[in-house]
Design a protein around this ligand. Structure first.
Ligand code: MG
Length: 265
């Protein structure tokens, strides 16, 4: 049973990730590349912009990560920091926040706009949705998780989305809403066995956590927990993770990682 479940998870991730008509260079074979906040760096796009998401899709990344927060009037928006142009997102209305644009002129993106863009002309890039912990309360964090889940469902994007969070209760809330959603934990303080027991499918930890706990790599493999590491920008670290059979690597340098994966074949 365990083996069958693990196979289903792998098939789902792979089916989300196998590009058919991709213009990018990562479309065939093993592809662990997850673009952190989209593929922003090489072209100097803003992080978490539609431009960086579309570039990750164009490159054929296996996944493109982004960060979700909720405004004071309950709009779901994409931003890494708790503040946007010095305005605290959770205490400011969406309209007030849209007084500012991203550095490339894009409108401050809502999750709806981001998901719609991510579903368009996207043959194989999984949308890796990080739900940020609330700066206000644990309760609000769970409410955000529920709102995100409802929107993903409304847009029929469930099969294209993997949820990640530093807030364990956010992941548990998502699993309460739908035990089949794919979740990965970010904080690095749970063993693979603990994740497994709670129905969490992946360990997406800072790569130093795995260097300190190499036995977790073996344990995760044994239990069918997907291995992902962030944020890996140096070739030596990428090679170490590839040597250790990581399924996914989250990076600000998707082009470099893709070249390394190709050169190792
Ligand atoms: Mg993030």
């Amino acid at each position: 049973m365990k083996k069958i479940l693990y196979s289903l998870v792998i098939i789902l991730f792979i089916s989300c990730s196998t590009a058919k008509n991709n213009t990018g260079s990562m479309s065939s074979g093993f592809n662990p590349v997850v673009a952190h906040r989209g593929a922003f760096k090489k072209n100097a796009f803003p992080e978490n912009s539609l431009a960086s998401l579309q570039e990750a899709i164009r490159l054929g990344c296996r996944g493109s990560e982004f960060d979700v927060r909720m405004t004071a009037d309950d709009s779901l928006v994409i931003n890494h920091d708790p503040e946007f142009h010095k305005l605290p997102i959770e205490k400011t209305t969406y309209k007030e926040l849209t007084a500012f644009t991203l550095s490339n002129g894009e409108k401050f993106p809502t999750l709806r706009a981001y998901l719609l863009a991510g579903l368009q002309n996207n043959p194989g890039t999984t949308l890796v949705c990080e739900i940020k912990p609330s700066t206000i309360s644990k309760e609000r964090a769970k409410l955000i998780a529920e709102r995100v889940y409802r929107l993903v469902t409304e847009l029929k994007a469930t099969g294209r989305v993997v949820y990640i969070s530093f807030d364990y209760d956010i992941l548990k809330k998502l699993l309460e809403l739908n035990p089949k959603v794919i979740t990965q934990f970010l904080d690095g303080n749970k063993t693979p066995a603990e994740l497994k027991a709670d129905g969490i499918k992946g360990a997406d930890y800072h790569f130093s956590v795995f260097r300190k706990n190499p036995d977790w790599i073996t344990e995760a493999r044994k239990l069918g927990i997907v291995l992902n590491a962030w944020t890996v920008n140096e070739a030596a670290d990428m090679n170490w993770l590839l040597d250790n059979g990581f399924d996914l690597i989250t990076t600000n340098e998707p082009e470099l990682l893709a070249d390394i994966v190709k050169s190792r074949k």
